[in-house]
Write a new protein. Sequence first.
Lengths: 172, 276
Amino acid sequence: MDVTLSINGTDHRLDLDPRVTVLDALRHHLGLTGTKKGCDHGQCGACTVLLNGRRVNSCLTLAVMHDGDEITTIESLGSPDALNPLQDAFVRNDGFQCGYCTPGQIMSATAMLQEAEDGWPSYISRSLETDPDLTDEEIAERMSGNLCRCSAYPRIRQAIAEVRDARGMAAE
Amino acid sequence: MTEAYLRPDTLDEALAVLADGETRIAAGCTDLFAATARKILPGRTLDISRIPTLRGILHDDSGLTIGATTTWTDIATAELPPACRGLQLAAREVGGPQIQNRGTIAGNLCNASPAADGVPPLLTLDAQVVLRTKDGERSLPLDQFLTGPRRTAREAGEIVVAIRVPAEALEGAGHFLKLGARRHLVISIAMVAVRVSLVEGIVQQAAVAVGACGPVAVRLTQLEKALVGQPLDPHLVTDDLVAQALSPIDDVRADAPYRAHASAELVRRALAQVTA
Ligand SMILES: Cc1cc2nc3c(=O)[nH]c(=O)nc-3n(C[C@H](O)[C@H](O)[C@H](O)COP(=O)(O)OP(=O)(O)OC[C@H]3O[C@@H](n4cnc5c(N)ncnc54)[C@H](O)[C@@H]3O)c2cc1C
Ligand code: FES
Ligand code: FES
């Protein structure tokens, strides 16, 4: 089946079996292997990409469902000699050990910071009505869709908190 | 039509496809893929995620209409009356943020897991499930729509188009508490939704529902009767009143007596927090 996927600003025309997930289309059909496959069941977040700016698990959605949608992957964020702020913060804070979960963590954090700026509440936000403060605890809560088998969580949170502070986002 | 995948833009087209033979409906796919190992979806797939009229929340004098493909994120970020707070809290605990951005409310109900987080809060809101075929529409109270674990009253040609909450059930304030090994990405051991309306400190309406403690989530009508007409007092909730209404199971996550006790404690806590 013909589908045109817009990935990182470039249109890709593909002829895919309707059962191919976005994750497999990226990795096997387009050679974009930055997005990782951990569980393939929506449980680990390693495959997180942005779909029209919002984070989703690319293993849980079919490529043919996304004709015309804008998909953003880790490949678009920065390059080895020009890291984007989150990538740079993860490197400087040791926000990983093996690094397998890292692309998913960084894509998820990218969307999470945007969600917090847009005033979206999390479960632990004190009120659903007022804008939440992005405390360290809120960061941990909001990153709960991303698991790290190496348990680098404290450093992941620290890296994200550094970017939060650099962006001047509120934290009590 | 023989295509394996169809993505109509209108509900009428979707209903025509469905009337035309064996077809699987796909919305957010967060349950569909978890249930089908290796993601081999046999037969035809009807993608309803791009039908604009199925998504969004409408609040008017007659109550609240939540479109079938409204996502958990849509619900959590919407401005809704305090009675819907339980539903909004549940929305922020389904899976994780990535799941909430795709998973839909009708998908949650149609999948009919005994641990579906959407069910207890919607039971406390007297929700009706609106189903449509190409020939007409019918509405079922949620407790009649859910007929057992993973079973619903939905017939083959029907699409759930919306969930309706009547205006009378939008009074008071709601709350939701869920118990699991961790808060995210696990199946609940028990979850509780409450909705209470008070006039001068006296309970006028009380709605209490418990999920994951029986084949389907249930309202605790005996307990509700004991609460109405009294000052709101969580201590009126005895373990017995809660256990009577439930048929908890033993499984790897918890045994039955633990579930019964934990549900009673969750009901007490939810009632203590509902107006706080
Ligand atoms: C990692 C993970 C964690 C999860 N955690 C939770 C959790 O904590 N709590 C919880 O309640 N759920 C959880 N879920 C389950 C799931 O995310 C929710 O139930 C979600 O709301 C399902 O919606 P969906 O749109 O993705 O459904 P789909 O997967 O698209 O569909 C589910 C079923 O409903 C049918 N269907 C969908 N829409 C309609 C319609 N409009 N009319 C008729 N039939 C329809 C489909 O044919 C299918 O059988 C989790 C799932 C995953 C993968
Ligand atoms: S690979 Fe998609 S969530 Fe684990
Ligand atoms: S760094 Fe190894 S899984 Fe996270």
